[in-house]
Design a protein around this ligand. Sequence first.
Ligand code: CP3
Length: 344
Amino acid sequence: MSTILQNDLFIRAALSQQTERPPVWMMRQAGRFMPEYWEIKNKYSFLEMCKTPEIAADVTMLPVDLLGIDAAILFSDILVTAEAMGGDLSFEQGVGPRFSNPVQTKADADRLNVDCIDKLQYVADAIRVIQQRLNGSIPLIGFAGAPFTILSYLIEGGSSKDFKKTKLLLNNEPALAHQILQKIADVTVAYLNMQIDAGVNALQLFDSWALALSWNDYRDFSHHYNKYILANIKRSVPVISFCKGSSVFAPMMVEANPDVISVDWNADLKNIKQALPEGIAVQGNLDPFVLYADKKVIREKIHQLFERMRGENGFIFNLGHGIMPDIPFDNVKYAIEVVKEFRY
Ligand code: CP3
């Protein structure tokens, strides 16, 4: 790491070193649950926010300034790589992400452009602006979507309940699926290396929808490419591997050699941790729905998790998945205070 951080709790935990309390950040910590996010969102489209480095930096800094988390995460989206490859991406209110030109044929797959990193330069620019603003206070996490999760958006043309088209492709046309996945993996390697060069202090690979897959399909169509990415990026910063389904897939995720596995809320985190080899940290795994509950309950559930993890090095507090847009801001703030007051 090039900079010396004033608060390096997150990095120490990611490297399985001892910390006096668990570090805390939350997936989707810069988002719609914050009134201040809406003040910006009402003026720009989501993609404009991502593509304008000063605005992306403003949004990244919201939870730093208002919540006091131990790590910032770049404000962007996992789908920007797919857009750079040729996907016609838009985000519609209430609909979510949409590709108007979903990949349907071999010709569509052939057209996906791997040589597209120049188009993502705005992300490197945003990282530099954010690092100036953070000024060494806390680490900045960069990220990318994992190939399987990105593939699912390219095939379905947006979000999906059951990933029917994606699974049909995996089953009927595995060679075509592999061709697309390899292209996404190659872009992701270049993209993450670009983020490292621009100065992120850690990386997270989001494989949100891996949960949809069987064990064998996860190995062939997801894990294989995540492993390729982790083996081919510069490993100068800690790497977190996230998937919904990690409760099941953690033993295989280990083979990709991440520094941290981010665990969904289904598993007992201590059981997962103890089954991992020495030196792999865990991140997680409060059910985000707890943050709708009374503060007393929020406190109890966080303490329950911490009591379970007492004595374990290599634990980063987070949610099992992202903060929902209608979770009360006050509850998120309270949860972070509870974490920060705790001592091992
Ligand atoms: O975590 C953060 O605060 C950093 C920024 C970030 C966003 N998306 C901002 C965002 C990150 C890390 C992501 C990752 C992402 N994007 C994932 C993986 C994490 C996960 O939740 O599983 C996925 C699957 C996406 C794809 C995506 N982007 C969806 C499905 C949606 C719409 C629905 C939803 O869940 O919000 C988005 C839009 C999006 N990405 C918003 C934000 C703040 C909302 C945009 C808006 O204001 O309308």
